[in-house]
Design a protein. Structure first.
Length: 396
């Protein structure tokens, strides 16, 4: 349901509650209103509404809609508190238990998928994510929840590719049906976005361009509620657009403008939760400056992105920031600096620690083939080949 359709309904629910007293549907009306308020940019205010709806529902002693409200609270919490803490918060388990208890299997499956998505983006070890995917999909298949199964498989496919696992991930019949007929554009958009980003991670230009154009071809059926996935898409699509802007002169402006729009979204979210979004915003700022040939502006943004990701414990974002900074310095023909940063991206605290062994192999092969150099496995944070730029260690 579109935001335009939801707002009049929830306003009516709240008005009826104010006029005639509380009812079992009052908390769900408040929760939807809070989530919508957060979606249009008033995150703190929206979060207060959702927390109030949860408190009200618990005091009323009703389990109806409890799972859905827990789920909304958790999603908005990601825009207020560190996402790693949200992953460990009991809200997810509470939402799942409440939904299953009330017989709302759809909401229950949504919660286990959304929790897995958060953990994947928070930099949890990929082997752990892969195991969770297998468990989730077995449960979803048993309960015939095929749409969530398809979405969870997109995480699994990306994870296995990054891990370098040689497993057959042929499309299921239901995936072929959804993508072939366009029967669910939201699912199609999610699927193509995953494929575009993992192709970007391996710098497969043709695949990236094919899938990102598929993303934009899907109608953006905006949800009335705010999901953490909105930030994930803004980050991945923003990076892809800036990369394509540097690759394609004819469509440079179109790609660049799209990248800038997503950068601004991350900047706004950083204001509500610096811990979770700061490194992503800095990295998009760096890539935008790179596109503008403003190399002196780009340098400190790359440093800030690496440092912020390290301080806030996002091994995945730190690795990606190191790699993109390396590509930047490679463009400037500062090869020693580039190899140093490629080595940081590879090392145990970054891609390797994340479990992205397939990505590590690809990175090592790229450096050897393009620079005729080997990665330095002994490099450490704080060491820099550029005395004019602050190192990570010096910045702390």
């Amino acid at each position: 349901m579109s935001p335009e359709a939801v707002l009049p309904i929830v306003e009516k629910m709240i008005q009826l509650s104010l006029s005639h007293g509380l009812s079992p549907v009052t908390p769900i009306g408040l929760a939807h209103f809070g989530s919508y308020t957060a979606k249009i940019g008033h995150i703190e205010e929206g979060y207060r509404f959702v927390k109030f709806s949860l408190t009200l529902l618990q005091k009323m002693g009703s389990i109806e809609n409890l799972g859905e409200i827990y789920g909304m609270a958790t999603q908005i919490k990601c825009f207020v508190e560190p996402v790693q803490a949200v992953c460990e918060h009991p809200h997810f388990n509470n939402a799942y238990i409440a939904a299953m208890t009330s017989g709302d299997v759809l909401v229950a499956m949504a919660q286990i998928h959304l929790n897995n998505y958060l953990r994947y983006n928070a930099g949890v070890n990929l082997q752990t994510i892969a195991e969770t995917c297998a468990s989730n999909q077995k449960m979803m298949a048993e309960r015939n929840q095929m749409l969530f199964l398809v979405m969870d498989r997109q995480i699994q496919t990306s994870v296995l590719k990054l891990m370098g696992a040689d497993e057959d991930m042929t499309f299921l019949a239901v995936e072929q049906h959804i993508l072939g007929l366009g029967s669910n554009e939201s699912i199609s958009r999610v699927t193509y976005n995953y494929k575009a980003f993992v192709s970007f991670m391996f710098r497969c230009y043709d695949d990236v361009k094919f899938y990102i154009e598929k993303v934009y071809a899907c109608r953006d059926n905006s949800w009335a509620t705010l999901f953490y996935a909105h930030s994930g898409e803004a980050f991945s699509v923003g990076l892809i657009n800036f990369w394509l802007a540097r690759k394609e002169r004819k469509k440079h402006q179109q790609w660049f403008m799209r990248g800038s729009e997503n950068k601004l979204a991350l900047k706004r979210w950083t204001q509500s939760c610096q811990w979770t979004f700061e490194a992503k915003w800095y990295l998009l700022e760096a890539e935008e400056a790179f596109c503008n040939h403003d190399y002196e502006a780009a340098k400190p943004f790359y440093e800030k992105a690496m440092l912020s990701a390290y301080q806030h414990k996002f091994v995945n974002d730190e690795a990606l920031a190191c790699e993109l900074a390396a590509n930047f310095y490679l463009h400037l023909k500062e090869n020693d600096k580039a190899v140093h940063l490629f080595s940081l991206a590879y090392q145990y605290q970054c891609y390797h620690d994340w479990g992205a062994y397939g990505k590590c192999k690809s990175l090592s092969e790229y450096v050897e083939s393009h620079l005729n150099r080997k990665l330095d496995m002994n490099v450490r944070r704080g060491e820099s080949t550029d005395s004019s730029a602050p190192s990570l260690q010096q910045s702390k």
